[in-house]
Design a protein around this ligand. Structure first.
Ligand code: 13P
Length: 287
C-alpha cells in the first residue's frame, strides 16, 4: 500500500538521514527501485514528473502499475508515490488518480501567488492524508539554459511557505537539475543553515541529487535535508549499461534482442545506483 511521505521524512529529519526520491520512467525503473528498497529495508519515494506521467500513459496508469508491483513483488517497506514539480492542475489530477504525495512547484510565481496556491493544496492534502512538497527559489538546470550556480531561496520566504503546513520544503541552495557544470559554485550551506534556523523541524528537500559529492550530501543532511531527489544519475547508468551491451554485440547473439535480455543490464545499473545512493543517504535499514 502506498503511504504519505510524512512519517518517513519526520523520522529521517529526527534521525539525521535522508530518504531518496528516485524518478521513474517505465516498468523497469519502477521495479528496480522498489526491489532495491526492499532488499535494503529502506523507505523510498517514487518521483513522477508531469512529462514522465504523460509518457507512462497518465497518472492512473502509473498508480495501477505501482500498486500492482507493490502487491506482486511483496514490497513491505514504506513507498510514497509522489508528483515531482507539479503544476497546480497536475497536483489535483494526481490526488484524484491515487498518488500518496504531491509537489506543487510554485517557485516561478510571485511569492504571494505561490502562498495562495500552496495554501489551497495544503487543505486538500490534509483532508486526504497526503504529503505535500512546496518549493521556494527555483532550481535551474542545463535544460533551462542555466549554467553555474542555481538560485538561492530567501529564508524568510521559506518560513512563510513552511508555516502554511506543508509536509516538506524544497529550497534552492545553489543546486540544479542534471549534470553539474565544471564551474559550479557548490551548495550554499549558509543559505541552508539560515533556512533551517527559521523552519525548525520542517524536512528540507534537496533537488538535483545527481553528481553532488558525498561530503556535500553529508553536510546537507546535517543541516536538515531529509529528502534527496535523484533522476539523471539513474538515466546515465541505464544508458551506459545498455550501450555496453549493444557495443559488445550481445543483442546479436542468440536471443539477445529479447527486451527482457536487452534491458537487463540497464535494470541492474539502476539497482546499483539506487543502492549506492541509499547507502550514502543513510536510509538503509530504516524501514
Ligand atoms: P537530477 O536529475 O539532477 O538528479 O535531479 C532530480 C530532481 O531533482 C527531480 O526533481
Amino acid at each position: 500500500m502506498l503511504v504519505s511521505a510524512k512519517e518517513m521524512l519526520t523520522k529521517a529529519k529526527a534521525g539525521k538521514y535522508a530518504v531518496g526520491q528516485f524518478n521513474i520512467n517505465n516498468l523497469e525503473w519502477t521495479k528496480a527501485i522498489l526491489l532495491t528498497a526492499e532488499e535494503l529495508k529502506s523507505p523510498v519515494i517514487l518521483g513522477v514528473s508531469e512529462g514522465a506521467g504523460k509518457y507512462m500513459c497518465g497518472y492512473t496508469t502509473v498508480v495501477g502499475m505501482v500498486n500492482g508491483m507493490i502487491n506482486e513483488l511483496g514490497i513491505t517497506v514504506p513507498v510514497a508515490l509522489h508528483l515531482d514539480h507539479g503544476s497546480y492542475e497536475g497536483a489535483k489530477k494526481c490526488i484524484e488518480a491515487g498518488f500518496s504525495s504531491v509537489m506543487f512547484d510554485g517557485s516561478h510565481y510571485p511569492i504571494e501567488e505561490n502562498i495562495e496556491k500552496t495554501k489551497e493544496l495544503v487543505a486538500i492534502c490534509e483532508e486526504k492524508g497526503l504529503s505535500l512538497e512546496a518549493e521556494v527559489g527555483s532550481i535551474g538546470g542545463e535544460e533551462d539554459g542555466v549554467v553555474g550556480a542555481g538560485e538561492c531561496a530567501d529564508p524568510n520566504e521559506c518560513k512563510m511557505i513552511a508555516d502554511l503546513g506543508v509536509t516538506m520544503l524544497a529550497a534552492g541552495i545553489g543546486n540544479i537539475h542534471g549534470k553539474y557544470p565544471a564551474n559550479w559554485a557548490g551548495l550554499s550551506f549558509e543559505t541552508l543553515d539560515a533556512i533551517q534556523q527559521l523552519t525548525g523541524d520542517m524536512p528540507l528537500v534537496l533537488h538535483g541529487g545527481t553528481g553532488i559529492p558525498a561530503d556535500m550530501i553529508a553536510k546537507a543532511i546535517s543541516l536538515g535535508v531529509s529528502k534527496i531527489n535523484v533522476n539523471t544519475e539513474c538515466q546515465l547508468a541505464f544508458a551506459a549499461a545498455t550501450r555496453e551491451y549493444i557495443e559488445a554485440g550481445k543483442d546479436l547473439q542468440g536471443k539477445g534482442f529479447d527486451p527482457r535480455k536487452l534491458l537487463a543490464p540497464g535494470f541492474e545499473a539502476i539497482k546499483a545506483t539506487v543502492k549506492e545512493k541509499m547507502e550514502l543517504f543513510g536510509s538503509v535499514g530504516k524501514a
